[in-house]
Ligand binder design. Structure first.
Ligand code: CP
Length: 309
């Protein structure tokens, strides 16, 4: 690996970066993972950098993870929540962002319910833009931390069989994971009820399996997604009980397999619907390792993009 810079000055989606970028982020995250396991979990790398976290949608993991990553790199950090801002008084997104930037902010981390918002901003402002989830479009740092967690578990992502299970239609995590895993050489299938699998998803090079037991028998890793009731304007499944019955992953289902598989979930989990506690909290699950790896991955992304200011 000879590259030392990302090919881009923004992280708008996995679609817009290449394999060398992903490998560079992983190698940099390896170094930061060592840092955050030390008694003093902080380095001065970004002490001249100011970062604003603009969250127009709810978040637990991504928001805390970015803030911790920024603080562990010694950046100055400001947090913005739409619900307590002048957005409520009718200010436009661009006015809001330009006002924040006039206070000498260098990097914007943004979560927004509208797909394409980070791309829109990247074309209109000077700061580096990091997409922390834009509607049903992409969630690039989630896909990076997911693939990094597979690499941590198996040594490599190439050749691994990964099934993404559940509400593919409404999931930004699914799309970013498909791009990321394929760029790293994994084989990817999606599995869920036909109503929650987008038409023509095969055109992205993924397989489709509607039978969860066949999908689990095929895979090394199952990345289980949340049923996103808040994004479903019409009913796509008859009931959550039926979803849990046909697609919910539980210990009984895993016990029928003739091999061990790894269970992932980006969170938040709907326990008892897509995933039972007897699996989520079991030795099969690397869910909390994913969260832990998220800080190192976000440190790497921030560090590398700050070098492209
Ligand atoms: N995985 C994820 O994006 O979680 P949050 O919505 O809590 O940030």
């Amino acid at each position: 690996m000879s590259e030392t810079h990302l090919s881009t000055r923004h992280l708008l989606g996995i679609k817009y970066i290449n394999e060398a970028d992903i490998q560079l982020i992983f190698q940099t995250a390896d170094e930061f993972k060592d840092v955050i396991n030390r008694p003093i979990k902080k380095v001065p790398s970004l002490r001249d950098v100011t970062i604003a976290n603009l969250f127009f949608e709810n978040s637990t993991r991504t928001k805390i993870s970015f803030e911790l990553a920024e603080k562990r790199l010694s950046a100055d950090v400001v947090n913005f929540s739409a619900s307590s801002s002048s957005v409520k008084k009718g200010e436009t997104l661009l006015d809001t962002v330009n006002n924040v930037l006039s206070m000498k902010v260098d990097i914007i981390v943004i979560r927004h319910p509208t797909p394409g918002t980070p791309i829109y901003l990247s074309r209109r402002v000077e700061a580096n833009i990091i997409n922390a989830g834009d509607g049903t479009h992409e969630h690039p740092t989630q896909a990076l931390l997911d693939a990094y967690s597979i690499r941590s578990k198996y040594g490599d992502v190439a050749g691994k069989k990964v099934v993404i299970v559940g509400d593919i239609k409404h999931s930004r995590v699914a799309l970013s994971n498909i791009f990321c895993l394929q760029k790293l050489g994994a084989k990817v299938k999606v599995c869920g009820p036909p109503t929650l699998i987008p038409k023509h998803i095969e055109s992205l090079g993924v397989g489709v399996e509607y039978d969860i037991d066949k999908a689990l028998a095929w895979c090394d890793v199952a990345n289980v997604l949340r049923i996103q009731l808040e994004r479903q304007d019409v009913k796509y499944i008859p009931s959550l009980r039926e979803y849990a019955l046909f697609y919910g992953i539980n210990k009984e289902r895993l016990s029928k397999l003739d091999k061990e598989i790894t269970i992932m979930h980006p969170g938040p989990i709907n326990r008892g619907i897509e995933l039972n506690s007897d699996v989520a909290d079991s030795e099969h699950s690397i869910i909390l390792e994913q969260v832990e790896n998220g800080v190192a991955i976000r440190m790497a992304v921030l560090y590398l993009l700050a070098g492209r200011r």
